[in-house]
Design a protein around this ligand. Structure first.
Ligand code: SAH
Length: 282
């Protein structure tokens, strides 16, 4: 199951990352539109603002050794390396992304401080206590074992280091809201299929995992309202001849992903999809 899933994730990002970069730039994550989600801003700026807001939220003001888990083409990795004058390691399942991230590091003159490799987040090829910041922006949803994922993040953190994670979740299963309905499960299954996700969990479930792993100062937040406008912006931008032509050239998995952008927008509208944040220290 894991090898098939990993192949799907790799193929998805190998095939779509070039188009994404060409049209939307180096950041493959949501944008931040203010706490109420009503600020009008340029899309790329909104994506940079998300990084800055996350740093403020997690009280990260400096770092020297950063691990970017699920680094895409190194959008956050290089941003953080530059901002903190830090050394950064980025991992991804996609060789296309790792190569492109390394190329971008070179262009930015950061190749001595930024290293990118294909590696599995569930089996990190790094020693215990290696990093003072583990950063994971929208990769947790791809992990087939959420416990192992956080366990590995914890292991490689230096004592006192910080984990900052933002990930797609489903709504909490509270007594009032109840279990997921059949309709919700079907909707999630569609999202899993097109975006190569095994399953997602709720934010309280992530919090419980972090507690069991002995993270300290654990905090969580639901930023769904702040980021949800992102999908409308992306949907609008696909109605452009350049994007449409390149989409057709990128292959079926990318086309499917694009055709399904409305699934995420609807998921937020219905309160089914949540953008969950978790931070904690070792
Ligand atoms: N954080 C980046 C990219 C998010 S896309 C950004 O904000 O721009 C999700 C990333 O998670 C992809 O790079 C994908 O390869 C990576 N990923 C998914 N599962 C992974 C795993 N098991 N190990 C390492 N990386 C993984």
């Amino acid at each position: 199951m894991t090898s098939t899933l990993y192949q799907q994730i790799q193929q998805f990002y190998d095939a779509s990352s070039g188009l994404w970069e060409q049209v939307w730039g180096e950041h493959m994550h949501h944008g931040y539109y203010g706490p109420e989600g009503n600020l009008k801003k340029e899309r790329r700026q909104a994506q940079i603002d998300l990084i800055e807001e996350l740093l403020i939220w997690a009280s990260v003001s400096s770092s020297s050794h950063i691990l970017d888990v699920g680094c895409g083409i190194g959008g956050s990795s290089l941003y953080l390396a530059e901002k903190f004058n830090a050394t950064v390691t980025g991992i991804t399942l996609s060789p296309v992304q790792a190569n492109r991230a390394a190329e971008r590091a070179k262009i930015a003159g950061l190749e001595t401080r930024a290293n990118f490799q294909v590696a599995d987040a569930l089996n990190l090829p790094f020693a215990d206590d290696s990093f003072d910041l583990v950063w994971s922006l929208e990769s947790g949803e791809h992990m087939p074992n959420k416990i192992k994922f956080l366990q590995e993040c914890y292991r490689v953190l230096k004592p006192g280091g910080t984990l900052m994670m933002a990930t797609w979740c489903h709504r909490p299963l509270t007594e009032n809201a109840g279990q997921l309905t059949d309709k919700e499960r079907k909707q999630l299954a569609e999202i899993y299929r097109v975006y190569a996700l095994p399953y997602v969990i709720s934010l309280p479930e992530y919090e419980a995992i972090a507690e069991n792993l002995s993270f300290t100062n654990i905090r969580t937040a639901d930023w769904s309202t702040a980021v949800a406008p992102f999908w409308d912006v992306v949907i609008d931008s696909t109605f452009n001849p350049l994007v449409l032509v390149n989409l057709l050239l990128s292959g079926w998995s990318t086309i499917q992903g694009a055709l399904s952008l409305g699934l995420m927008r609807d998921g937020y509208q219905q309160g089914l999809i949540k953008f969950g944040l978790l931070c904690g220290n070792k």
